[in-house]
Structure formats: structure tokens, C-alpha cells
Design a binder for this molecule. Structure first.
Ligand code: BES
Ligand code: MN
Ligand code: ZN
Length: 497
């Protein structure tokens, strides 16, 4: 879909539908008032009769409003006028996208972007509108034999801005939103693809596609033999449980001069997690196809940064394999040697994410990075602690953690910090190796991060546990594309744009 800025009074802009806000309790936004005036009070009468309220996310479609050329007017509830929250703004945009989907308009003008959202500027409004509308229109039907033939009718959404003078800045904000939306959609597609399609090789091919026609993107894929030579004994021990060949994928994007240290993103790419010999119970096991959502978010974020030509150097690293119980699989009690030289006693083969990440994090050292962020669907405990609202965030550098927290707030893709105190390290004690791969029932998200911390001592590092936010289950089952918005915001901030 095309998004473009447009300025001018609401009553004169022509399109298939004018989208305007109504507030609680029963008041009109500026754009709605303009239409109300030329229609001799049509909208305020509706409000008075109770046919529209300002309830956030409640939309009412009107046809044949007198006095204007526009065929339809969509009233969207945005909550109290005095304080327009980000959450109400997003709800309104999603409701708008759904209402427009179901109507015959080919284009529409959205006036919600003119609203004064608390503490946010026009660029943020525009960008967020593009992201919300794109997310609401997302469909995954590539594997249905008969994908819905009915292409959506709406092809253009005009986003209202106050004056024409702002249109260059508006175009930039829209482009940012579009790049993020494309990255989110890529991450959602990869997540939703089943394990028999989205294999480590598929992730490698997707990474290679990011490089198409671009000289400043380099993709390298290490095969099993390459990893054996390097000594990635921990990652390879997980891969041995499956017949699918493992891959270690790196994507290097060069947007700044060579001497600038890169930002490194490391994403867990378990394309299916059965638990291995410590096999998982069968209910909802299908959802373990989402265990590569960290990897997907790395690819999605890189796709956005490449499209935006950010003036930064960025490296994405994706360790990828399956966790299955083959004859050669890890057994509880096995001891493996990681790339760092540290030995690990595998007391539970289902704690496999940390086993592949630790070698990838050691591998990251060779890029002499400014900072390393790993993203992983790492622990069920994080789902219990934070639910679907926030990703768990832990790290060894307070500045980096702070930057990620604020990127999460600005993008509406939030994270919440958990402690990484030294005292928790005791839980990883092993009688036979340098450490165990599990830390007992208590503080599972923290001890998983403690494990990773033993491999990132030389790095400025943070870890995002996205087990609760990467996908939704039940009725709305599907990948969310999180935390692509957070990661891109973090990198936009570093680039100073
Ligand atoms: N991929 C899972 C984590 C997970 C589980 C994410 C459920 C989302 C929903 C991870 O590999 C895992 O199995 N973790 C174990 C660790 C435990 C054995 C210490 C877990 O959380 O149960
Ligand atoms: Mn597991
Ligand atoms: Zn896993």
C-alpha cells in the first residue's frame, strides 16, 4: 500500500473516505469539526444521539455526509481530548485499518496523524500510523492452496499533515515507518512459516536475499565443517540431534566508514524446539516453530536498516539448527566444550538456546563491536514473569540497557529490565564441568542470562528474552514481528536520526 502526506482543510480534501477523530466524552477533533461545520452539524447530531462515542478503537462509518465531496466519513474514537495517549492513538489506527479494509474505498485520508499525541511530534505520528496500519493489514496465507483472491481495495492512504512546508520531513517519517513495517512483516513471515519450510537453510537463503544488488551488504554462511574447525562444540552438540544441517549466518552491513566499530545483533535460530531428549509435552508443541523468532528479528531489523541506509556498521549473527531427539542427540549429563574453551554440563537438553548462543556470542568478539545485543525466545519463565507486554532485558552495561529501554518506549515495543546480579551465578554450578546449562526452577530467565554473561565478559552486551512477545497463541496465533521496532529504534538513535 502507498502512504503519502497531504495537507489542507478536511472538508476540501477529496478521497474515498475521510478519517477523523472523536473524543471522550462526545467531542469532535479539529478535522471532525471542520466537516461538522460544512455539513450543518451532521456529526455533532450523531454524537448527541449516541451513535458515536470517543471510546478508543470504536469506529463508525458514515455515508452521504452532506456538504462534502468525500463519499465516506469514518469517525474513530481516540479517548479523552486533553490527553491523547500513545496506546489510544495506536488503538484508533488499528480500528481505522480494519474499518477501511471492509469498505469499498480505494483511497482514504487519515486525519488522526494531526492529533497532538502526548509528548510526540508529527514525525512520530506519521511513522506510527504507517507501522500500525501495515501491521493490521498483515495476512499470512502463502501456504493455503487457495489464498484469498480478493485483493484489498484500498491502495493509497493519505496521511494528513498541518502544512505543506512539513512535507519533506513527513516523507522521511513515512519512509522510516515503511522500512520498519517491511522488517516486521519479514520477521512475521519467517516466524509463521512451519519448521519443515523455515529450516536453517531457509534462514540462510533469506539472509542472502538481503544482499541482492547491494555492495555494502555481505552474507557469510558457516557450514557444520566450518564450525567444527572453529571449535563450536556447544552449538554443534545441539545440531547433532537433527538431520537438518546447521548454519551460522552472518550479515555485515557497512553504512559507515571501516574504522567505526559495528553494532552486533545475535538472534536465536532454533527452527524447531522439541526439547530434544528432555522432550517437551505435546500440547502446543507446534508453537516451538517460533523458536527462531530472535533470528527473524535480526533479519527484519537489518532489512529495515539497509533500506534506510543508516550511517552505521551493523552485523547480524544467526546461529541456527533444530533441537530434535535423534540417536546422536545430546543426552542429559553430556559435557561439551564451547568455542570459548569453557565446558558445559548439559543437564537438560531443552535449555538449548543458550548452547547455540554462547558460541555465537564468542564468535561476535571478532567484530570488535561497540555493543552486542542478543535476541532469543529463551525461557518459558519470561512468559510467566512479563507475559505478552514486555520483553525481558538483562545486560552487563547500564548505558546500553538504558538505551534499549528507551528505544522500547519510543517504539511501543517495550522491554523491562531484570537483575543480573553475581549472586545468581551460583545456581549454574556443576560438579563435573565449568558450568551447568540450567539453574533450577527459580529465576529461570535470570539464570539463562547468567549463563550467557559468562561468554560476554569482553563485550558490552545486553540480552532480550522475547519468549512472551514474539508470537501470540490461541485464537490470534501468529508471529508479532517484535522486537524489530525496538531494535530499529535503538539503531536510529545511535545513528542520530
Ligand atoms: N524455546 C524454549 C523457551 C520457551 C518455552 C519459549 C515456551 C516460549 C514458550 C527454550 O529452549 C526452553 O525450552 N527453555 C526451557 C529452559 C529450562 C529447561 C531451563 C524452559 O523455559 O522451560
Ligand atoms: Mn528448549
Ligand atoms: Zn528453545
Amino acid at each position: 500500500m502507498k502512504f503519502a502526506p497531504k495537507s489542507g482543510p478536511a472538508q476540501t480534501l477529496r478521497s474515498g473516505c475521510a478519517v477523523v477523530a472523536v473524543h471522550e466524552p462526545r467531542s469532535l477533533s479539529a478535522a471532525a469539526s471542520q466537516i461538522d461545520q460544512v455539513s450543518a452539524g451532521h456529526l455533532s447530531r450523531l454524537l448527541r444521539r449516541g451513535d458515536a462515542s470517543g471510546k478508543p478503537g470504536k469506529a463508525v462509518m458514515l455515508h452521504g455526509v452532506p456538504g462534502i465531496d468525500t463519499e465516506r466519513v469514518l469517525l474513530v474514537g481516540c479517548g479523552p481530548k486533553r490527553s491523547i495517549t500513545e496506546s489510544n492513538y495506536r488503538k484508533a489506527l488499528t480500528a481505522m485499518a480494519e474499518a477501511l479494509e471492509g469498505c469499498g474505498a480505494r483511497d482514504a485520508t487519515c486525519h488522526l496523524t494531526e492529533l497532538p499525541v502526548n509528548d510526540r511530534d508529527s514525525a512520530w505520528n506519521l511513522r506510527t500510523a504507517v507501522e500500525c496500519v501495515s501491521a493490521a493489514r498483515y495476512r499470512f496465507d502463502q501456504l493455503k492452496s487457495d489464498p484469498k483472491q480478493t485483493a484489498p481495495r484500498l491502495t493509497t492512504l493519505w496521511l494528513a499533515i498541518k502544512s505543506r512546508r512539513g512535507s519533506a520531513a513527513a516523507e522521511r517519517a513515512i519512509a522510516t515507518g515503511q522500512a520498519i513495517a517491511t522488517g516486521v512483516s519479514l520477521a512475521r513471515d519467517l516466524g509463521n512459516l512451519p519448521g519443515n519450510v523455515c529450516t536453517p537453510s531457509h534462514l540462510a537463503n533469506t539472509a542472502r536475499a538481503l544482499k541482492k544488488g547491494r555492495r555494502n551488504v555481505k552474507v557469510t554462511v558457516l557450514e557444520q565443517a566450518d564450525m567444527e574447525k572453529l571449535g563450536m562444540g556447544s552449538l554443534l552438540s545441539v545440531a547433532r540431534g537433527s538431520r537438518e544441517p546447521p548454519k551460522l549466518i552472518t550479515i555485515e552491513y557497512r553504512g559507515a566508514s571501516k574504522d567505526k566499530a559495528p553494532h552486533v545483533l545475535v538472534g536465536k535460530g532454533i527452527t524447531f524446539d522439541s526439547g530434544g531428549i528432555s522432550i517437551k509435552p505435546s500440547p502446543a508443541m507446534d508453537e516451538m516453530k517460533y523458536d527462531m523468532c530472535g533470528a527473524a528479528s535480526v533479519l527484519g531489523a537489518l532489512s529495515a536498516c539497509i533500506e534506510l541506509r543508516l550511517p552505521l556498521n551493523i552485523v547480524g549473527i544467526v546461529p541456527s539448527c533444530e533441537n530434535l531427539p535423534d540417536g546422536a542427540a545430546n543426552k542429559p549429563g553430556d559435557i561439551v566444550t564451547s568455542l570459548s574453551g569453557q565446558t558445559i554440563e548439559i543437564l537438560n537438553t531443552d535449555a538449548e538456546g543458550r548452547l547455540i548462543l554462547c558460541d555465537a556470542l564468542t564468535y561476535a568478539e571478532r567484530y570488535a563491536p561497540q555493543a552486542v545485543i542478543d535476541i532469543a525466545t529463551l525461557t518459558g519463565a519470561c512468559v510467566i514473569a512479563l507475559g505478552g507486554q514486555a520483553a525481558g532485558l538483562l545486560g552487563n552495561h547500564d548505558g546500553l540497557v538504558g538505551q534499549l529501554l528507551s528505544a522500547g518506549t519510543a517504539s511501543g515495543d517495550r522491554a523491562w529490565q531484570l537483575p543480573l546480579w553475581e549472586e545468581y551465578q551460583d545456581q549454574l554450578k556443576s560438579n563435573f564441568a565449568d558450568m551447568a546449562n540450567i539453574g533450577g526452577r527459580e529465576a529461570g530467565t535470570i539464570t539463562a542470562a547468567c549463563f550467557l554473561a559468562r561468554f560476554t565478559k569482553k563485550l558490552r552486551w545486553a540480552h532480550l528474552d522475547i519468549a512472551g512477545v514474539a508470537w501470540r497463541g490461541g485464537h490470534h496465533k501468529g508471529a508479532t514481528g517484535r522486537p524489530v521496532p525496538l531494535l530499529v529504534q535503538y539503531l536510529l538513535d545511535r545513528a542520530g536520526v
